[in-house]
Design a binder for this molecule. Structure first.
Ligand code: GDP
Ligand code: GDP
Length: 439
């Protein structure tokens, strides 16, 4: 799951050298397939690129760069380190007009120590001879690849140089499968704390630079070599810096974020317990048909022990009664406790959310359950249920064919749902059963 195709090629360099311009040109020019599902095409910081008969995955590591010189230096280093860790080879971008700056030098040092292949790309060389490049040769690096990202110069030569590293292109392109996760909860429950903890503890690439082309507000988190897209994180993170208790994460915004998500993490306050508002958000998650997990936060503050657990579990049973196969974990966003559980629950929910049952298995299943518990009588006649088929995933959706769809009572549908869950496992995801009249 979430496997990236071909070698991972990362563009690194200090701000303003033209990283995102180069990224967009390489992606656009090579007719890249952005590895995202519909709905988040804005997110252009990772793309599968084809060149000639081969392919590679291009990532742009740009992120939020602070204004102050010192902070900028450490952030550039941090992002370079992330890129080095993730990439198979690196494109180190510098600016011909500015020459070698101390920040370039420090990125260069990091790259050299990494032992990974590095291509030295000198940007903004349009209209200049190679005389501009002598300063770069003094760094002791070679060969140099002069380009002008903006004017599409030198890009084919650069790709030719990288070509031997690329892997053969596959015929059929499938969309890379990765969970898109949204963190929800009422004000002060710990959303921004959780996001910030995840960003600190896990490897991450953010790309939320407001007012630039990279105006995405999502963050990638890599946990145990798996990728997760945490969506709408900027909105949540910024909240932490503003005053607390102000609900900026409105219902409309929640709905919008949910729309793009696969999995919702619903944070509840382990000390204060579950409120009406929590139930409302849970209702939205189910209404939108998303996978979910409940995270009982601030557990570091709770009086631990069986009584406390029983209390909160009772509340969950009561308030979230309408969520089938609900999964939950105790965490402390602040202390970074239980983070591993979070990813386990996301994986579980995503597995169910995208699960497809074969027609053969469904037929056998359906025969068995209708035999052991036949459909009821409707208008003096036994209801006839012909068969069931899975029409889709995200969430799993089944269509049940009957002679009289209106005659199938809710309790019988619940019975089928429970049996489906028991037989195939759909923890953490809603499933839908639609009725259709058989012609
Ligand atoms: P990054 O965000 O640091 O990767 O840099 P950007 O891609 O945002 O580019 C920084 C600035 O350099 C923008 O104003 C670009 O238009 C400009 N730029 C990018 N490539 C070139 C180039 O080849 N020539 C010139 N003259 N300007 C460029
Ligand atoms: P948000 O409004 O949902 O984004 O909530 P915040 O992340 O801003 O957290 C609200 C308050 O709860 C802050 O003072 C946090 O420090 C605190 N907090 C968040 N998570 C925990 C936790 O796990 N344990 C404790 N003790 N405090 C927490």
């Amino acid at each position: 799951m979430g496997a990236l195709k071909g070698p991972i090629v990362a563009i690194v360099g200090r701000p303003n050298v033209g990283k995102s311009t180069l990224f967009n040109k390489l992606v656009g020019k090579r007719k890249a397939i952005v590895q995202n599902l519909p709905g988040i095409t804005r997110d252009r910081n990772e793309a599968l690129c084809h060149y000639r008969d081969r392919q590679f995955t291009l990532i742009d590591t740009g992120g939020l760069i602070p204004e102050s010189k010192e902070e900028m230096a450490s952030e550039v280093r941090r992002q370079s380190e992330i890129a080095i860790e993730q990439a198979d080879l690196l494109l180190f971008l510098m600016d011909a007009r500015e020459g070698v700056t101390p920040l370039d030098q420090s990125v260069h040092d990091l790259l050299r120590r990494s032992g990974k292949p590095v291509y030295y790309v000198i940007n903004k060389t349009e209209g200049h001879g190679l005389d501009r490049l002598t300063e770069f040769y003094e760094l002791g690096i070679a060969p140099l690849h002069p380009v002008s990202a903006e004017h599409n110069e030198g890009l084919s030569d650069l790709l030719d140089a990288v070509y031997p590293h690329m892997t053969p292109a596959e015929e059929e392109e499938e969309v890379v499968d990765l969970p898109k996760v949204v963190v929800l909860g009422r004000p002060n429950v710990g959303k921004s704390t959780l996001i910030n903890t995840l960003l600190r503890e896990e490897r991450l690439v953010t790309s939320d630079v407001p007012g630039t082309t990279r105006d995405t507000i999502d963050s990638w988190v890599v946990h145990r070599d798996k990728r997760y897209l945490f969506i709408d994180t900027a909105g949540i993170r910024k909240r932490g810096k503003i005053e607390h208790g102000v609900e900026q994460y409105s219902i409309a915004r929640t709905k919008e974020a949910l729309e793009r998500a696969d999995i919702a993490l619903l944070l509840i306050d382990g000390v204060e317990g579950i409120t009406e508002q929590d139930s409302k958000i849970a209702g939205l998650i189910i209404e939108k048909g998303k996978g979910s997990a409940v995270l009982i936060n601030k557990w570091d503050l709770a009086k631990k022990g069986e009584a406390a657990e029983a209390r909160i579990v009772n509340q969950i049973d009561l308030r979230f009664r309408f969520i089938n196969d609900l999964q939950y974990a105790y965490i402390s966003a602040q202390k970074g406790e239980g983070l591993g559980h979070i990813f386990r629950l996301i994986d579980k929910a995503y597995e169910g959310y995208t699960k497809r049952i074969s027609t053969g298995d469904l037929n056998r299943f359906f025969e068995k359950i209708t035999e052991s518990h036949p459909p009821p009588i409707y208008k003096g006649r036994r209801l006839r249920l012909y068969y069931i088929t899975q029409a889709g995933v995200r969430p799993p959706t089944f269509v049940l064919f009957a002679n009289a769809p209106t005659g199938v009572p809710d309790h019988y549908l619940r019975y089928i749902e429970n049996q489906l869950r028991e037989a195939f496992g759909f923890t953490g995801t809603p499933i839908r059963i639609r009725l259709r009249q058989r012609k």
